[in-house]
Design a protein around this ligand. Structure first.
Ligand SMILES: NC(=O)c1ccc[n+]([C@@H]2O[C@H](COP(=O)([O-])OP(=O)(O)OC[C@H]3O[C@@H](n4cnc5c(N)ncnc54)[C@H](OP(=O)(O)O)[C@@H]3O)[C@@H](O)[C@H]2O)c1
Length: 325
């Protein structure tokens, strides 16, 4: 393998163009060598925009490219498993967009295929690589607010177009899979694995467009809401007996300074973390793991565990009953 990880990008997805390819251009460990689209002209156009050396007119051609060590898979959610498994069988490491699949069972097949092929699979939950999350975890673990008993979070926005993949059930749409997955992820990061969930949702064309969920843990509770037909909001608050920590922008702080508001003992403290690109941090973590044969900070089994909770929330929202885990 070259001394930098050579990335191939599967599709001209918006998230790649807006965030991940620009972040890859700033990576210390990786370089973009190829991009594929179902439409070769489109692949060429995006390749030219970012000076990516090769454009392919099919995803198969990208996987057959011997100069590609790792692929970034930002396809619609229902296509994540097929193309991740095909990439693994072609010997490529895979950074797959969140959620890894539309349910835990499919995600497990991806983890198994990547293990069998000896390639690394990472879910592209970039928010976890931001130093504000490291600091949040450090503060909570150090007992800064006492034992955390409540995690509250939200991630909502107004979807731009009725043609968006997020409103298409056949492509794995729905707010829970799109943005609720962040709230469940951060709740699990702070509180461990829940033992039961309850959810209430509003549905449109068969996908949840607004959903509120409650996760019950052995010692605590998480509450969240997510949605595609709501104003843009994000926050996370941890409540312990001795104080609270609030992150106004836990998931998408952009490259602005990130802020943690810590309230304890009647005092308010504002912890400011310098701005950074969390996508570049994510790409460099994966690059370092592969190039230096290190274990990833977040193994892909975590993505399966996250989907297990999302599956239960989906079932609860549809049945109206609590679901045990
Ligand atoms: N981590 C993050 O910050 C973040 C943010 C947004 C989205 N995401 C995730 O990234 C993924 C893509 O989201 P996006 O908003 O970027 O999607 P998008 O712009 O709609 O792009 C999806 C791409 O998939 C390809 N594709 C293949 N088959 C398709 C089909 N049947 N219908 C539609 N597209 C098809 C298309 O590329 P070609 O035509 O070039 O083949 C299309 O451009 C999702 O899993 C989403 O959850 C992550």
């Amino acid at each position: 393998m070259a001394d930098r990880l050579r990335w191939g990008i599967i599709s001209t997805a918006r998230i790649g163009i807006r965030r991940v390819i620009p972040a890859l251009l700033r990576s210390r460990t990786g370089t973009a060598v190829a991009i594929a689209s179902r439409d070769l002209a489109r692949a060429r156009e995006v390749a030219a925009k970012f000076q990516i050396p090769r454009a392919h007119g099919s995803y198969e051609a990208l996987l057959a490219d011997p100069d590609v060590d790792a692929v970034y898979n930002p396809l619609p959610n229902t296509l994540h498993p097929e193309w991740t498994i095909r990439a693994a069988r072609a010997g490529k490491h895979v950074l797959c967009e969140k959620p890894l699949a539309i349910d835990a069972r499919q995600a497990q097949t991806m983890v198994d295929a990547c293990r069998a092929a000896g390639v690394l699979l990472q879910e592209a939950f970039m928010y976890r690589f931001h130093p504000q999350i490291t600091e949040l975890r450090r503060l909570v673990a150090s007992g800064a607010v006492g034992v955390p008993w409540l995690a509250r979070s939200a991630f909502t926005f107004a979807v731009g177009s009725d043609d968006d993949i997020r409103l298409n059930p056949a492509l794995g749409g729905g707010g829970l899979l799109d943005v609720g997955c962040y709230c469940v992820s951060i709740s699990r990061l702070l509180m461990g694995e829940p033992n039961a969930v309850t959810a209430s949702g509003a549905f449109e064309r068969g996908v949840d467009v607004r959903l509120a969920g409650l996760l019950t843990f052995a010692a605590g509770t998480a509450l969240f809401d997510c949605g595609l037909r709501l104003p843009y909001r994000q926050f996370c608050e941890i409540v312990g007996a001795e104080g609270t920590i609030t992150l106004p922008r836990p998931f998408q702080p952009e490259e602005d300074p990130a802020v943690l508001l810590v309230r304890r003992g009647g005092q308010d403290e504002r912890v400011e973390i310098p701005g950074t690109n969390q996508y570049t941090l994510m790409l460099d973590h994966m690059g370092t793991c592969i190039l230096q044969r290190r274990q990833p900070q977040f193994p892909p089994e975590d993505a399966v565990a996250n989907l297990r909770v999302l599956d239960a929330l989906q079932a609860s929202a549809r049945s109206g009953n609590p679901v045990g885990l």
